[in-house]
Ligand binder design. Sequence first.
Ligand code: HEC
Length: 193
Amino acid sequence: MTRQRLAIPFLVLTLTLVSSILLRAGGSAEPAATGSKAAAIERGKYLVNFGSCNDCHTPWKLGPKGPEPDMTRALTGHPAEMKVSPSPTLEGSWGIAAANTMTAWTGPWGVSFTANLTPDRETGLGDWTEEMFIQTMRTGRHQGKGRAILPPMPWFSVNALSDEDIKAVFAYLQSLPPVHNRVPAPIDPPEGQ
Ligand code: HEC
């Protein structure tokens, strides 16, 4: 009699405990998934800062302490409205020059303009897949299969990263606000050079 009376509250207590454990496990599945995405974005941000992507993909301006990347235009690439003057004649030891913005470069390959890395669908990386991004850094070709990527894009340095880290860089870039900025196509070097 006493044993039976005790058994019922014990059963209720056990069921409550079990269900609360199950609920907690089920409830945490969602935040854990978003948590790992947030961690990848955070890791990507760290790698982008270390990898100097802002040095070339963010237009520089003259600040109070001298030239610096204009972070209000972070990673938007060469500004579409900026028309570059003809390349300077470089002589002797000098073979490469950069525009004031650090977003246009001239050298034996002609003139290259840094890409818009924000996720704008028309002018940035908005329609890129993670696989395209990895293959670009692995092969040095546009989207992993197109034309050869021109200097001074250090794709071979990014190639040293693991797939996981390149994915993190991509996740961070895709988390930026999309900015519409159509970067010009590269200019070939003059004939005979
Ligand atoms: C020294 C300057 C420089 C640095 C640093 C740099 N880039 Fe670039 N990047 C360029 C230039 C120039 C281009 C355009 C090359 C071309 O048109 O072939 C480019 C193009 C790209 C492209 C487009 C490639 C394609 O397939 O069209 C991606 C993506 C890219 N860079 C990502 C990055 C990332 C991520 C970083 C940081 C880890 C980075 N870049 C650092 C200069 C740079």
